[in-house]
Ligand binder design. Structure first.
Ligand SMILES: [Zn+2]
Length: 312
């Protein structure tokens, strides 16, 4: 596989390709911090389907080359699990030959992407110049995609991490591509979605009976990962309720609390964004309501004014 184009950070391993089930590949980019996401692809007898892309121009090319080196089959479809740039910036390298599929709400979000603004917000990263490319097939709730005879079930599970989250479940292999409903080892992030909505989805995700989960960020894992996510989101909810009732603003509340067991999760500044989302829900606003950019700026303040860790 080609890793020579990917930035070299002494603290990071190169991306790795794991065949988690025959013909089902996870492309894992540790350590899973901001914009270091996972994606993957499924290779059948005659065709292939890709699930998500990566964040920067260099990383997107490295992933595309890895797909090419692994299979010469045409990539008939690319599924976006949600609109965030780490999962969609590489869409343009598959278009127009490949049908890009996503939730209805993902299409407009991708069309609104402003990569210059992302670069300014994450100055540690080197995003290059990917061309925002929107999905061409969208669906509201469920859609099945077939890789030859292998059924891949796409289901809307938002608003949770975003307004437009989709999972890809392969029942015959008990493999789940969870998108960013699973951060393995990182702090769950609901600023653009819903804490309550995410919590509602966890029993449904558990009920699938997945034996292998390719998370949106972090190492390939099993269903025990849901325990940490669920308890973190409940911690955010209960903390927010106390702070909201006491009239304490989210940043001040975040600075005053002990994250306890969750301090070990990466990118802990997300507590601030998550509290903003929980406060929105306590105000009775619709799930996924767009919040002020201040919620993001305050994460940087919580981080001591330093740019957020982005090694992409
Ligand atoms: Zn995301």
């Amino acid at each position: 596989m080609s890793q020579s184009h990917v930035p070299d950070h002494a603290e990071l391993p190169p991306p790795s390709l794991e065949e988690v089930s025959p013909g089902i590949f996870a492309y894992v980019q540790l350590d899973g911090t901001w914009f270091l996401n996972n994606c993957g692809f499924i290779v059948g007898k005659q065709s292939a389907v890709v699930i998500d892309t990566t964040s920067t121009e260099k990383r997107a090319h490295a992933f595309r080359e890895t797909v090419r080196h692994t299979t010469s089959h045409p990539v008939q479809a690319l599924v976006n699990t949600h609109s965030h740039g780490d999962h969609t910036h590489g869409n343009y390298l598959f278009s127009p030959e490949t049908a890009i599929i996503a939730h209805d709400l993902c299409r407009d979000e991708v069309a609104r992407q402003n990569i210059e603004a992302t670069q300014a917000r994450f100055p540690m990263g080197d995003f290059g110049h990917p061309i925002p490319t929107s999905p061409m097939v969208t669906f509201p709730d469920r859609l099945n995609v077939f890789v030859d005879d292998l059924r891949v079930e796409l289901s809307f599970v938002g608003p949770a991490h975003t307004t437009n989250d989709v999972i890809a479940w392969i029942p015959e292999r008990k493999v789940l591509f969870s998108g960013d409903l699973v951060f393995n080892g990182g702090t769950p992030f609901a600023l653009a979605g819903s804490i309550a909505g995410w919590l509602e989805q966890i029993p449904r995700l558990r009920a699938l009976g997945a034996e292998t989960i390719v998370p949106g960020h972090g190492a390939v894992c099993d269903a025990s990962v849901f325990d940490t996510i669920e308890s973190y989101l409940r911690f955010v909810q209960s903390t927010a309720k106390r702070g909201f009732e006491a009239g304490v603003p989210p940043l001040e509340l975040a600075r005053s609390i002990d994250l306890g067991e969750f301090a070990a999760l990466g990118d802990s500044e997300r507590i601030v964004g998550n509290l903003h989302r929980a406060y929105s829900e306590l105000r009775g606003e619709p799930r996924g309501t767009v919040l002020s950019p201040a919620a993001f700026t305050e994460m940087i303040e919580y981080n001591g004014g330093q740019p957020l860790r982005c090694l992409a």
